[in-house]
Design a protein around this ligand. Structure first.
Ligand code: SAH
Length: 250
């Protein structure tokens, strides 16, 4: 049986602690006592652990042995900010599917009101990712970057890692007819040979990418890819893309 995983707030070589809602749940609902066994995630590693001390405010564990971790999918999703309720849903589902990082970006067709409010949302998005990671028994929590203009992300991503690394940059576009995401991934895997390729995949806002954004991606070496002949909502595109990545890489 797979145990629930507790994500530690603080840890050192031999111990780890959880606080807040996790501690309260473990103490009150599960009636944690010293000696109770648990799996604890600390610093991206999963440990078999034993409760050393339990109160509703804090549970302290002794770490016994490291368990084999399951790495995240090597994917950063670049998501154009759109309706917050749908975006939160996408963050939750992308986390369950194993995304490594999410980079919210302000696109030309991101509603102005949402663009202005996005900066204050990042903390909430991190909390959602944290809870979803725990629910999905992930050994790590996806990184949620601060929202930034699309052009900053596109230029930085391309400049920082190319040409040395095996990174592949893909922009999902419903107008693309020839290159499917699957094909783009197969080519990336062939190019990366024995290494796992790292991917950055961009998804547009409800109104889609503006023509000058398509040109920007193109000029920075991003490849346009399709998820099929139907137009998907952004959150559906995020889930479909991660499912395709998982089926190619895992
Ligand atoms: N412009 C569209 C809606 C955009 S859908 C309209 O006519 O209403 C939002 C985003 O989801 C797009 O920018 C794209 O990144 C992604 N997307 C949706 N359907 C897709 C498909 N079939 N293939 C690739 N990407 C898709």
């Amino acid at each position: 049986m797979t145990r629930r995983r507790w994500i530690a707030e603080h840890w050192d070589e031999a111990t780890a602690t959880i606080v807040g809602a996790q501690a309260e749940h473990m103490a009150r609902v599960l009636r944690a006592q010293p000696g109770m066994e648990a799996d604890v995630v600390a610093g991206g590693h999963v440990f078999h652990a034993e409760v050393a001390a339990a109160t509703p405010n804090e549970i302290r564990f002794n770490l016994i042995a490291e368990l084999q971790a399951d790495p995240a999918l090597p994917v950063t999703l670049v998501v154009a900010v759109y309706k917050f309720d749908r975006m939160e849903w996408a963050i939750e589902k992308a986390t369950e599917l194993g995304v490594a990082a999410i980079a919210p970006v302000i696109a030309r067709r991101t509603e102005k009101r949402l663009a202005q409010a996005a900066g204050k949302r990042a903390e909430r998005w991190r909390r959602i990712a944290h809870e979803a990671a725990q629910q999905a028994r992930r050994s790590d929590v996806p990184v949620i970057y601060e929202p930034e203009p699309l052009s900053t992300r596109v230029r930085a991503a391309s400049a920082a890692t190319r040409p040395a690394s095996g990174s592949t940059y893909i922009v999902l576009a419903e107008q693309e007819r020839t290159t499917t995401l699957r094909l783009a991934l197969e080519e990336a895997m062939a190019a990366a040979q024995t290494e796992m390729p790292t991917l950055e995949i961009a998804i547009g806002p409800e109104g889609g990418w503006a023509p000058e954004e398509e040109a920007l991606f193109d000029a920075n070496g991003w490849r346009a890819a399709s998820l099929g002949p139907r137009i998907l909502r952004a959150e559906t595109a995020a889930i479909a893309a991660l499912a395709v990545v998982a089926s190619c890489l895992e």
